[in-house]
Write a protein that binds this ligand. Structure first.
Ligand SMILES: Cc1cc2nc3c(=O)[nH]c(=O)nc-3n(C[C@H](O)[C@H](O)[C@H](O)COP(=O)(O)O)c2cc1C
Length: 387
């Protein structure tokens, strides 16, 4: 077993062990990938203040996100096609999250269905909703999430239409993959992946096939999804979904203070400052850069979470120090899954936890609740002067 010391180690293994089509699907942003790159490089600009002679015994990273206990404020973000990175990927990731004590969020576009994940876990998980035009499907999937005991609905606001990721088009991304000569040549070197895939029946979009009208196989599914993402989603529809769901609600994909104010007005439980990991609007600023303005706008009204660009426990610490109450990780846990299945997701969480705990201690703080702006050094022009 290789020695894993950081998320980059898992990323290298992920690349080696997963078909190119799915690795590329994970490791890409839209168009020029500027936002995708800056999500991580902007974290690097923030530095930490080393403090000494502070009693560091009895530290804890435990806290709450939307009133739910978490071992550290790091949830697994919704990631479509997780079950293509590794067979039964959503079940494996959900189990790792459950054992670690952090929330798992199941994507609408998952391979394993809501019911399947519920059947293989004991703790409630969060369900991420993409709003579709088909009202019957929408009502039905919300009801299915309720029936499965999901403890929060994460409503994604930044994907009414799909951002273009060049690699997906060039690779002919599909689930399951079409067995072209290039794909077969690639699979020949990824045999563990292939064997595990042959051993599972979960190879299509489990939440959709058999649940949406006239979608019974992968080919009808692609047509359906292309037509179904609802471009008409607005604040009125968000209110209606809030009513329909009736439980804890997290609004994901908020990047501007004006939108954060609108989101807070809905009475949601949290917002996620997120640019979808740089996969939607290329040219948007990184989410860590937008965090201060959003904290100023709504920090006293609603819980603020952040994702996009987190690759270490130090990144988590920086986001918390700048006001976020919680964070989400996407690629960081997918690298773990692609590298080593459930064990790899656990490893990713352990790496992040250790980095958070040690950095927190060296900054002279004993709990994540104590992290504040004094912990970090932020360049004066970090948020930038944009007109
Ligand atoms: C491969 C991939 C698939 C994703 N699929 C979804 C999805 O189905 N629903 C959603 O709300 N966000 C989705 N996201 C965005 C993540 O939830 C999250 O916002 C993003 O990954 C955070 O950035 P990070 O990967 O840099 O941590 C996806 C991200 C990736 C990398």
């Amino acid at each position: 077993m290789p020695v894993i010391t950081n998320i980059d180690d898992l990323k290298r293994l992920h690349r080696k062990r997963t078909p190119k089509m799915f690795y590329d699907y994970c490791e890409s942003g839209s168009w020029t990938e500027q936002t995708f790159r800056e999500n991580t490089t902007d974290f690097d600009q923030i530095r930490l203040r080393q403090r000494v002679a502070v009693d560091m015994e009895g530290r804890s990273t435990a806290t709450q996100m939307i009133g739910q206990d978490v071992a550290m404020p790091v949830a697994l973000a919704p990631v479509g096609l997780t079950g293509m990175q590794r067979a039964d990927g959503e079940i494996k990731a959900a189990k790792a999250a459950e054992k670690f004590g952090v929330p798992f969020t199941l994507s609408t576009m998952s391979i394993c269905s809501i019911e399947d994940v519920a059947e293989h876990t004991t703790n409630p998980f969060w369900f991420q909703l993409y709003v579709m035009r088909d009202q019957e499907f929408l009502k039905n999937i919300i009801q299915r999430a309720k029936d499965a005991g999901c403890s929060a609905l994460v409503l994604t606001l930044d994907l009414q239409i799909l951002g273009q990721r060049h690699k997906d088009l060039k690779n002919g991304l599909s689930a399951p993959p079409k067995l072209t000569p290039a794909v077969l040549a690639d699979l020949a070197t990824k045999w563990t992946w292939g064997l595990e895939m042959l051993g599972t029946k979960r190879r299509g979009f489990g939440n959709i096939i058999g649940h949406a009208k006239d979608v019974d196989d992968p080919s009808s599914l692609f047509k359906w999804t292309a037509e179904q993402f609802d471009p008409r989603l607005d604040w009125g529809k968000i209110e209606a979904i809030k009513e329909m769901w009736g439980g804890p609600l997290i609004l994901k994909g908020v990047m501007e203070p004006e939108d954060a104010i609108m989101a807070a007005k809905t009475g949601c439980d949290a917002i996620v400052v997120s640019n979808h990991g740089g996969r939607q609007l290329d040219g948007a600023l990184s989410s860590i850069r937008m965090l201060p303005a959003i904290m100023d706008a709504v920090g006293d009204q609603v819980e603020v979470h952040l994702d996009s660009g987190i690759r270490s426990g130090q990144d988590v610490l920086k986001a918390l120090a700048m006001g976020a109450k919680g964070t989400f990780i996407g690629r960081a846990f997918i690298h773990g899954l692609g590298a080593m299945g459930e064990q790899g997701v656990t490893k990713a969480l352990e790496v992040i936890h250790k980095e958070l705990d040690i950095s927190m201690a060296l900054c002279g703080r004993k709990s994540v609740e104590d992290l504040d702006r004094d912990v970090v050094l932020v360049p004066e022009d970090f948020t930038g002067r944009w007109a």
